[in-house]
Every structure is written in structure tokens, then in C-alpha cells.
Design a protein around this ligand. Structure first.
Ligand code: ZN
Length: 304
């Protein structure tokens, strides 16, 4: 039972504009969620305005990518230079949705999971980079969602189904029929994440770095990594299971050291300098989710 009979490129083209709009909304989240005043954190009711002069942005000046290029990267009212981050995030949103159907079978549970995770990582990467904040309002719902994604397999037993994969291939994947269409909790490489692995990922994702941080604080009298990072690992664990969560922590630490150590050595950063660890976690997640098992098998092969 194939899910959809459209060519992948057509789906991709159809989804791209929605991705650009989602990217545009991500810019709102990235700018407003880290704000101090609760009124400034409102991401729904308040209309778009220029952070430079507070002028309302006219709808025709708010078209993803096009407006930034048309206005040559400046606010139409005051000439404030709009950071390249804005069109970049819009473009990433477009690529996320357009690219999703090439990676995951369209309309399936794993497709939704991939998009939600990718979108959240994009928002968190930039809030951490620009404000050193990983907002709770994003991370707590993701913890619950990660576990909820494993529930269909408790209700509907696993069975093999054919779905259209990107390109001409027809894939046989393990799915949980949801009555409307096949909803495979499918990943490119591994078994679906079980509810137990998801819960373990949630608990260990928070507990392990929190424990390590307690030891660090005892020795160094300061925090090694922040609460926001524990919460990020917790929801990533709930999404991808406890094993990949450990991989993400390891990969993020590796990346953090690769950036942090040269800074320490060249004395551009002291021992107390904050580095946005959430950014490192966000970058290591896709590598682990897509290539984790392959890397692990290659590593075990080398050890033999
Ligand atoms: Zn302005």
C-alpha cells in the first residue's frame, strides 16, 4: 500500500513555500523567545516589526527571501541592516520541508518526527548562538512529543508495508497502520525507537549531564554546562532513544572541544567563557541520527 503516488520532486516543490513561511516564523521565535519581558515574548498576537526602529513591517516587505533581496538587506523604514541570519533561516526552513520527502516517506510518522526535530534544532541553534538561551517553552513540549511518537506501536502491532521511497524505489518498512494511512516509525538505518528507549533517553538525557555537572561544580565551583543543555538532551533522547542520545552528547562534546580548545590555547577565551553547547548538540544530531549506526559499526570493526 503506497502512501502517495506523486513524484518526489513535485511534492518537494509543493512543500517548499510552506517551508519558507515556517522559516520566517522561526525568525520570529528566535528573536522573541529569549526576550526578558513577557510581552516581548508573544509570538502570536504581536505583528512583525523592525527590531531597529519598531516600525510595523508591511506584508509585501515580509515575503521570505524575496523581500530581503529586494530591500538589499535593509529595513524599508529606517535602513537598519537586517542580519543575514533572517534570509538564512528562511532558506533553511524551505530546504527542511523540500528536502524532507527525499529523506523520509511523505505523510508518515517518521516524516513528521524528522521535520519537527529539524525545525526545533534550527530554532534552538540560533537562540543559543544569539542569546545563550534554549527556551523551556520549546523544549518541554518536545520531551512529551518524543515519548508520544512511540505510542502508536503499543496500540497497533508492527507489520511490514510498502511505501514510496525517494526516487523510484518501493520500500518495505515496518509500520503501524493508523487507519488513515501507513504511519511507519521508520528510520533510514535502524529499528523504530521503542517506548522504553524513548523514556530511558528522556531520563538519561537529563540525568547524565546533570550528574556530570554536579561533579564538575564540586571540582571547579562553576557550571560546566547549563540546564538548557540537559533539557535539550532529554528531548533528543525521547525522540531518538537512549543510544543515539549518548552519541549526540559525545558528538556535541567533540565538536565543542574542537571549537573551544583552540580558543583556550590562543587565550581568546578564559576558563569561564560560555560556549553555546546547544549549537554543538544541534549540529551533531543529524550526523548521529543518519550515520550513527554506520559510524558505530565502522568503529567496532576497527577495534577488532
Ligand atoms: Zn527599521
Amino acid at each position: 500500500m503506497p502512501t502517495f503516488d506523486f513524484p518526489t520532486w513535485l511534492l518537494s516543490l509543493f512543500l517548499a513555500p510552506f517551508g519558507l513561511i515556517l522559516g520566517s516564523f522561526a525568525n520570529v521565535l528566535i528573536h522573541r523567545l529569549p526576550q526578558e519581558a513577557p510581552a516581548d515574548r508573544d509570538v502570536v498576537a504581536k505583528p512583525s516589526h523592525c527590531p531597529g526602529c519598531k516600525a510595523r513591517i508591511r506584508p509585501w516587505h515580509n515575503i521570505p527571501l524575496v523581500s530581503w533581496l529586494w530591500l538589499r538587506g535593509r529595513c524599508a523604514a529606517c535602513g537598519w541592516r537586517i542580519p543575514v541570519r533572517y534570509p538564512l533561516v528562511e532558506l533553511l526552513g524551505g530546504l527542511l520541508l523540500a528536502g524532507s520527502v527525499w529523506i523520509f516517506p511523505f505523510g508518515t510518522l517518521i516524516w513528521a518526527k524528522g521535520i519537527i526535530c529539524g525545525y526545533a534544532l534550527m530554532v534552538l541553534f540560533f537562540t543559543d548562538l544569539t542569546a545563550f538561551i534554549l527556551p523551556d517553552v520549546v523544549q518541554f513540549p518536545l520531551m512529551a512529543l518524543g515519548v508520544l511518537f512511540t505510542l502508536p506501536q503499543l496500540i497497533w502491532p508492527l507489520h511490514l508495508t510498502s511505501v514510496w521511497a525517494p526516487g523510484p524505489a518501493l520500500l518495505r518498512v515496518e509500520t503501524f497502520a493508523n487507519g488513515l494511512q501507513p504511519a511507519p516509525a521508520w528510520s533510514l538505518l535502524d529499528q523504530p525507537v521503542s517506548w522504553l528507549s524513548s523514556l530511558l533517553g528522556l531520563g538519561l538525557g537529563y540525568g547524565l549531564p546533570a550528574g556530570l555537572n554536579l561533579v564538575y561544580r564540586w571540582i571547579r565551583k562553576s557550571d560546566g554546562i547549563g540546564m538548557g543543555d540537559f533539557k535539550m538532551l532529554a528531548w533528543l533522547g525521547a525522540f531518538w532513544g537512549w543510544g543515539p542520545m549518548l552519541g549526540i552528547l559525545f558528538g556535541g562534546s567533540l565538536l565543542g572541544s574542537a571549537v573551544g580548545l583552540p580558543l583556550l590555547i590562543t587565550r581568546k577565551a578564559g576558563g569561564q567563557t560560555m560556549l553555546p553547547f546547544g549549537c554543538a548538540l544541534a549540529l551533531s544530531t543529524p550526523v548521529v541520527v543518519f550515520y550513527g549506526p554506520a559510524i558505530w559499526i565502522a568503529y567496532m570493526g576497527m577495534m577488532r
